[in-house]
Design a protein around this ligand. Structure first.
Ligand code: IPT
Length: 955
């Protein structure tokens, strides 16, 4: 039964069909000679609250739109107009409207867009023309010069309309009505902001008589003979020219030549041209063969290991409207961080991005614009992918992706979509794709039985399950058992983390069946906001939202790398450098390249400072090969700690980084760590109000440290709390534990300190305390033992758990306050942060920073910025040495303030710099959407003892 009164002129909005009037999909390219007129820039814009609020008279020639607002095309209207055009909405998988397919709410923001244009003077009079829309969210109806030319859905796909017969030299009126919600929205439930608008380019393309329609470049490589075979199928006959290979052949005919193959490591492209009677089209041909062979994904005869990321298109001001420079920045950042693969989660990207992947070399999983995740809330009932009425829309989306993108050598997999459950529609898509392009493989994660796919793909499987799969002990359908495995998403990069990357990589490298994975995800989708810095879900008053779950990238919204990216770069480096006692072992971990593109350097570092350096000659090892190389005789040095650091650098400029760019590194200890020692020769002296010991004075009643020399110190005392990270917070749907809830329930964020005794002894001041939360029997005894040799002050903290501790501690160390601190210098791990399971990129050295620069700006404030394996740190007039090495953080706010903040703009510098000196940290894990820290990274409540030595720096 239906009571809908919407007039039939708007039925297309809720129609499950892909639309009408558009031309068949075809390859996307920029012609060398056919004219094109970009229609980007300012468009007239009128926003209505419902789809049917206005009739179509605005599309008529002569309509006066002078009173309308303006928006920039390409762009999302909710990111323009300072809120006057509505606001973004963020939900992860919940539909922000009732699930009643294919219906959408009556409140359906609808943007009428108008653009008047003249043809350029040199626009040819003959031939036809098409208008191409590269991306419109979510449904559009189009008129040219008053004629209705069609309507379409499929937001991140190209749609073309034939318009030659409608064009006139001057005063063409292009009218586009865009509805935020449509039946298509049910197919676009990706975890991202809902952002309506004409967000990719609109272009008028001249189509000369005899121009190409569609063409398909088939360029394979035979690794046994070294020959490439090229055949370009074209709807319009013509010739194919590849000067470098002396190729001049008719379309449809195969030709073979000796070639250099294309791979992500050596992305050799041959410039060519498709010449039809009416048009010349540049081709960039990469010869490579993708195959599923012996249960492995092979390219050019070799199994590949994917070191990937999931990339959403994101810009903090422009949303999913990305310019070429931003796309290039993404690709360059990926290449510079040893990433070799990208999954275009969860829709085909702007085609220019794929050009860049071809050019710079990245393996691509191109994913269809399809996700119906919200149906999980009703057990997938009514899921469009299992309902034949929707199949034409699904096939249309598959075809629009494959046809548009089929000429990119970088694409090795077509992906049916993301999180759409299972169903016949997916099978239909896979069958169509396999038929149309048997030269690539098909991916889809949502069906663990792998009915339609050429790979067993999962997301967020924990380490032990991945290992089972690697050992082929995971069972599954017969079809699945023969397939290689990838994690299309893993290591959720939300906030501080992801932890456990190196442990995953070890597995990927150990088992052939495991062919790598793709980190979730590339970039935080924070929206630049005048008061909040970056906004996330809920900041625009959404009635339903998923908070900062949209900020889970390896780079911040402004594209600065977060520590997770630095860690990933180290973990997936293509050269392993390891060793001991003056012998370094270098292993080539590329799939194709030898090491001739790299130069190697060593340095001998004493207390983090290089005292000697030189080059290391490393043979051009083939993939998989290792060499053991002798380092020179170490220079003489006394007493101080020393390391070898060996770096692999680019030997010459590449397209993506200059000569000298560090690709990989390793460190070998050359001595043991030197621990500080202080002879307890000084006596504590009890005065009237104070106790003094060496350079320090203490409160006579509480034994609390008050000052060291001239430096006032806010009493150091035991601290176990950290501002919970996104991973500590976990999520309902994550597999891990919610540490935040466990810890807060126990009361670890509100520990109280009971003073038991202050003992002035022969050679030490001893303060005994018990630290415990209200309402609980568990507690920690903390004994502070102070000694001095008259100039240095040593604190030894002994911690003993009491009661039954079942939970790990967030951290274990001391916290103190300094009245002022700005410059920070240390010898230890750096330059960036490190936690027990995000530790590989931490290099032992001499580092400096400022207190402010130590902070990692996670969009939702949380524990961050710890420097690990620190031997000593100098700040605020003090030098602090550790026994053993320690971690430190220093901030202008307290942990409690950090914990309470929701945005960086909540953090205000106070008068004290709060310093945590930590003996241990609980691992970071990835349980914001995945496993928690592995057991070896747990910080158990166990007896512990650690010391710090304080001395006053000369002024
Ligand atoms: C998975 C989604 O595929 C991805 O889009 C994103 O939402 C990610 O999670 C979390 O950030 S789906 C999840 C149920 C594993």
């Amino acid at each position: 039964m239906s009571f809908r009164t919407t007039s039939s002129a708007f039925d297309y909005v809720e129609d499950v069909s892909p639309g009408s009037g558009a031309l068949p999909p075809r390859a996307w390219y920029a012609s060398s000679d056919a004219k094109a007129l970009p229609l980007d820039g300012a468009w007239r814009f009128r926003l209505s609250a419902t789809a049917d609020a206005e009739d179509d008279s605005f599309a008529e020639e002569g309509y006066d739109a002078a009173g309308w607002a303006e928006v920039t095309v390409p762009g999302h209207w909710v990111l323009q107009g300072d809120g006057a055009f509505g606001l973004p909405i963020y939900t992860n998988h919940l539909y922000p409207f009732p699930v009643d397919p294919p219906h959408v709410p009556t409140e359906n923001p609808t943007g009428d867009h108008l653009r008047v244009f003249d043809l350029p003077a040199d626009w040819p009079a003959d031939g036809g023309a098409v208008v191409r829309f590269d991306g419109v969210e979510s449904c559009a109806r189009v008129w040219l010069n008053g004629t209705d030319i069609g309507e379409f859905k499929g937001s991140r796909l190209a749609h073309e309309f034939a318009v030659g017969h409608l064009l006139k030299p001057k005063g063409n009126v292009l009218a586009v009505r865009v509805h935020q919600w449509s039946a298509g929205s049910y197919l676009e439930d990706q975890d991202q902001w809902w952002l309506p608008g004409i967000f990719r380019e609109v272009t008028l393309l001249h189509r000369p008589a005899g121009s190409a329609l569609d063409f398909f470049v088939h360029a394979s490589y035979d690794h046994l003979t070294g020959e490439g075979t090229l055949r370009v199928d074209s709807d319009v006959d013509g010739r194919v020219l590849v000067p470098a290979l002396d190729i001049d052949v008719a379309t449809g005919e195969s030709v073979t030549a000796l070639v250099a193959p294309w791979s992500a490591e050596s992305p050799r492209l041959y410039d060519g041209e498709l010449v039809t009677e009416g048009e010349r089209i540049p081709l960039r041909i990469g010869f490579r063969t993708v195959a599923l062979e012996d249960g492995l994904i092979k390219v050019n005869g070799k199994p590949i290991l994917l070191k990937g990321v999931n990339r959403h298109e994101w810009h903090p001001e422009k949303g999913r409207t990305l310019d070429l420079a931003t796309m290039r920045e993404d690709v360059l950042l990926m290449k510079r961080h040893n990433i070799n693969a990208v999954r275009t989660s969860h829709y085909p990207p702007h085609p220019a991005f794929l050009d860049l992947c071809d050019e710079y070399g990245l393996w691509v999983i191109d994913e269809c614009d399809l996700e119906t995740h919200g149906f999980t809330e009703q057990n997938w009932r009514d899921n469009p992918v299992d309902d034949d009425r929707w199949t034409p829309a699904l096939l249309d989306r598959a075809a629009r992706m494959v046809e548009r993108d089929k000429n990119h050598p970088s694409i090795v997999f077509w992906s049916l979509g993301n999180e759409a459950g299972t169903g016949r529609g997916l099978t239909a898509m896979a069958e169509w794709i396999h038929g149309r392009d048997p030269e690539r493989l098909v991916h889809y994660e949502g069906d663990w039985n792998c009915r339609d796919t050429d790979v067993y793909s999962r997301m967020y499987a924990d380490h032990s399950e991945v290992e089972q799969i690697g050992k082929e002990l995971d069972g599954g359908t017969l079809g699945r058992r023969g397939l290689p495995f990838i994690q299309c998403e893993y290591a959720h990069a939300m906030g501080n983390g992801p932890g456990g990357l190196a442990d995953y990589q070890d597995l990927f490298e150990k088992y052939d069946r495991l062919q790598g994975g793709f980190i979730w995800e590339w970039i935080d989708h924070g929206v630049r906001h005048p008061e909040l810095g970056y906004a996330y879900g809920g900041d625009f008053g959404e009635e339903l939202h998923d908070g900062n779950f949209v900020c889970d990238g390896l780079i911040f919204p402004d594209r600065t790398p977060s520590p997770g990216l630095i860690e990933y770069k180290k973990v997936v480096e293509p050269v392993r450098i390891e060793g001991a006692e003056g012998t370094v072992r270098v292993t080539n971990k590329y799939d194709f390249a030898d090491l001739s593109g790299l130069a190697f350097e060593w340095s001998y570092d004493v207390e983090g400072e290089t005292v000697e350096a030189g080059t290391l000659s490393v043979p051009a090892l083939a993939p998989g090969e290792s060499a053991d190389l002798k380092l020179p005789e170490p220079p003489a040095h006394e007493g101080a700690e020393a390391q070898w650091t060996v770096r692999a650098l680019l030997a010459s400029d590449t397209a993506w980084a200059p000569k000298g760019h560090v690709v990989a590194w390793g460190q070998l200890p050359a001595s043991s760590v030197v621990r500080p020692s202080v002879a307890p020769t000084d006596r504590p002296v009890r005065g009237e109000k104070l106790i003094t010991l060496g350079p320090a004075s203490f409160d006579g009643r509480t034994g609390a440290l008050k000052a060291i020399g001239g430096v006032t110190v806010e009493n150091p005392r035991l601290d176990v709390w950290r501002a919970t990270t996104d991973n500590d917070e976990g999520t309902e749907w994550a597999t891990g534990i919610r540490y935040s809830t466990l810890w807060r329930t126990l009361g670890l964020h509100r520990m109280r300190h009971r003073l038991d005794s202050v003992e002035v002894g022969e050679d030490a001041l001893t303060v005994r305390t018990r630290v415990a939360p209200a309402a609980r029997e568990v507690g920690l005894t903390a004994v502070y033992r102070w000694t001095s040799d008259g100039s240095k002050l040593r604190l030894t903290v002994s911690v003993g758990p009491e009661g039954e501790w079942t939970q790990p501690l967030p951290r274990l160390g001391i916290r103190l306050g300094l009245p002022e601190a700005d410059q920070v210098k240390w010898f230890g791990g750096g330059p960036g942060e490190a936690y027990p399971d995000t530790h590989r990129a931490s290099m032992v050295g001499r580092w400096d920073s400022t207190v402010d620069a130590l902070q990692t700006p996670y969009l939702r404030p949380q524990e961050n910025g710890a420097r690990a394996d620190v031997r000593w740190v100098e700040l605020g007039g003090l030098r602090i040495e550790g026994d053993p090495e320690f971690s430190f953080t220093a901030r202008r706010w307290t942990t409690e303030q950090l914990d309470a903040a929701t945005h960086l703009t909540d953090l205000r510098a106070g008068d004290t710099v709060w310093v945590n000196l930590d003996h241990g940290h609980h691992g970071v894990g990835s349980q914001s959407c995945g496993p928690g820290p592995l057991p070896q990274y747990h910080l158990r409540a166990e007896p512990a003892e650690f010391s710090f030595v304080f001395s006053v720096l000369p002024r």
